[in-house]
Design a protein around this ligand. Sequence first.
Ligand code: COA
Ligand code: MG
Length: 286
Amino acid sequence: MSVPRALLFVPADSERKLAKGADSGADALILDLEDSVGAERKPIAREMAAAWLGARSAGGPQGWVRVNALDTGLTMADLAGIVRAKPDGIVLPKCNAPADLRTLDAALSALEAREGLADRSIRVMPIVTETPAALFTLGGYGGSPRLAAMTWGGEDLAAGVAAKSNRVADGTWDDLYRLARSMTLAGAASAEVPAIDTVYADFRNEAGFAAECADARRMGYAGRMAIHPAQVPVILATFSPTAAEKGWAEAVVAAFAASPGAGVISLDGKMVDRPHLVQARRILGT
Ligand code: COA
Ligand code: MG
């Protein structure tokens, strides 16, 4: 199953948004059991998430679930409530270190066995920058069980360092969040999984969102999480290869195929070597 480019957060206790999300065009919904659901609504949110997952159709968006963080005491009840409905993946918030993924892996394996699901069939995307301590572990995710992608978060991190704001006057991220964003990208690349950019809270600001999506894609991000259906088409448009990129990638692959064994070739007057071939294959999905 492919890693989604556009993942739309939906508070799992909202019937209306669950219905709307299914028609949003997103590659995946992230049914949220965490911050967008109040404490007393957690049990009903688990039930509604499981019901949505159980009723989803093959052609629709993938179904991921954001559980509550491991230190809340709620995570195991979240997992016990939703694994029976076979989610495509779990989003783990406030992941402090790669060791947290081993804790999650053990719990998921027990529940997969109980439900007769293949071991490690459910994948995981951790949010790896929500605590200050987590920033110092970003190079250690390689080889983590179930790791499908990595993403980051700037709101809880701001709270963690007692910041008044995580953006500077022109609306762009402040230094700490730019660092988190860059290190998540490098950490994901070193773990050989895609990096997914974080949410953009100012959801009525389409121009600001589009500019930041373009920036993320240029950096190397493979997709982005959305909080509102209007953000989905912007993400899909930004994170798809352009016709020019596809043409370039096809030309690179064809040039290397025509010169088997060559390490470097010249294409349209420019040097092209192995890293370009890797990039070209990634664009073509081959
Ligand atoms: N998923 C599905 N549907 C959504 C949605 C979402 N994330 N956000 C909004 N909608 C729906 C609304 O229900 C509304 O549908 P309706 O016309 O049938 O009532 C329509 O899209 C337009 O919504 P709008 O009025 O523009 O926004 P809002 O004020 O209702 O909601 C938020 C704004 C921020 C509360 C809402 O977008 C939201 O809940 N986002 C997700 C929050 C979340 O999950 N946070 C956790 C991750 S950070
Ligand atoms: Mg949060």
